[in-house]
Design a protein around this ligand. Structure first.
Ligand SMILES: [Cu+2]
Length: 400
């Protein structure tokens, strides 16, 4: 690669793609992290043309929200879309009720809603994201562009070797535009398979170039949009590869930093008090297509007025997702992270908020219903499947 091409590639980096290094200026006490988010429809450049998108603050993806344990995230949300929407805070361990991560809230067009999310002092660090959770419209709204990254900085970020790395947030999104620049809605068969776009962006750009220092470390944080493309097991584009982003050397690190010897420890849960089984499948009922066929869990299509699973605050349970279908389903549980039970019966020492359950397979996860009571959701994160009804309501209460 010539110097000239390197320079021109360097100039193509999207604004804000490379974050500053996590600074030490983080020693002050808890704060209120306040942001104004406006969901709106409009024309935004995408892959060299104008595209009709839904955005937060005219940006696709939306602005990064960054907080620390103990902080309160306060979002003054305005819905300027021509339809109802709301916000879900994917992966955060916060109240699922009131004006926190409450997926039952619906914000009408022209309305405002203030979200308040107090983060506990022991909230884990990580990369999370905001997306709408408007049942029946989630896939379309995310497809049109609604997603924003959230970073919680905690003990992992304080490890010197981690702190020394340059940090890059890659929000991965895909969409297919029609000739008029409006995102194309897929047909029913594509919804069954999980829609896949032919334009793939990383933090809003097609194949952006990310400068990295020679001998330096880069820490990638990725937020995945549709979670589609894992849906079909046959005849899909899974076998095709696409370049999502390109790294190019730019400068030299002053000195070589070693990899950290240890990251953060993840403690195993105590033994579960109960094992539940969730079978993923098609179900009769009020399918979104009006055909009477929907997707469901344990034979039931999502109904926001029904509680499917009742658990007790503080309990540890194993949940087994059974997938007899011919397609994969990445399963997501709101509010409480989980650990995957491995073939030898031990719990993986890692926190997850989504687990991929492959066609014909079953996966067991272990979770604890900690800190928060209320109703929340668990669902397939192929958003078309969620919209088709592969979602249930969990109620956590402090009674038996
Ligand atoms: Cu699914």
């Amino acid at each position: 690669m010539t110097r000239r091409s390197l320079l021109s590639l360097g100039a193509s980096v999207g604004a804000g793609l490379v974050l500053r290094r996590p600074s030490l200026a983080f020693q002050s006490g808890p704060a209120i992290v306040q942001a104004d988010l406006e969901a709106k429809a409009g024309w935004i450049p995408l892959a060299g043309r104008q595209a009709y998108r839904y955005s937060y603050n005219n940006q696709v993806p939306g602005p990064l929200i960054e907080a620390r344990p103990g902080d309160t995230i306060r979002i003054r949300f305005t819905n300027s879309l021509p339809e109802e929407t709301n916000l879900h805070f994917h992966g955060l361990h916060v109240w699922p009720t009131g004006n926190a991560d409450n997926s039952f809230v619906m914000v009408a067009p022209g309305e405002q809603f203030q979200y308040d999310l107090p983060l506990a002092a022991n909230h884990p660090g990580g990369t999370f994201w905001i997306h709408p959770h408007m049942h029946g419209a989630v896939a379309r709204q995310v497809w049109r562009g609604l997603a924003a990254p959230v970073i919680i900085r905690a003990e992992l970020d304080a490890i010197p070797e981690v702190k020394a790395a340059a940090e890059v947030v890659l929000v991965l999104q895909d969409v297919t535009l029609g000739a008029d620049g409006v995102p194309l809605e897929p047909g029913f068969m594509q919804q069954m398979a999980g829609r896949e776009g032919n334009v793939i962006t990383a933090s809003g750009s097609v194949n952006p170039t990310i400068p990295i220092q020679k001998d330096g470390w880069v820490r990638l944080r990725m937020g995945m949009g549709m979670m589609g493309g894992m849906g079909a097991t046959a005849g899909s584009s899974n076998s095709a590869s696409s370049t999502i982003a390109t790294f190019a050397y730019s400068g030299q690190a002053n000195h070589v930093v070693p990899l950290p010897q240890k990251l953060v420890s993840v403690e195993p849960f105590p033994a579960p008090s109960r094992v539940r089984s969730f079978t993923l499948g098609q179900s009769m009922g009020q399918g979104m297509m009006g055909s009477g066929i929907g997707f469901g869990i344990n034979g039931r299509t999502f109904d926001p007025s029904r509680v499917d699973t009742r658990v007790r605050l503080g309990d540890v349970e194993d949940w087994e997702f059974v997938n007899p279908m011919m397609m994969d389903h990445p399963m997501h549980i709101h509010t409480n992270a989980f650990q995957i039970i491995q073939p030898d019966g031990s719990a993986e020492r890692a926190w997850r908020d989504v687990v991929l359950v492959r066609a014909g397979d079953r996966v067991r996860v272990r979770t604890a219903f900690q800190d928060f009571t209320g109703k929340l959701m668990y669902h397939c994160h192929i958003l078309d499947h969620e919209d088709l009804g592969m979602m249930g309501v969990l109620e956590i209460s402090d009674e038996a």
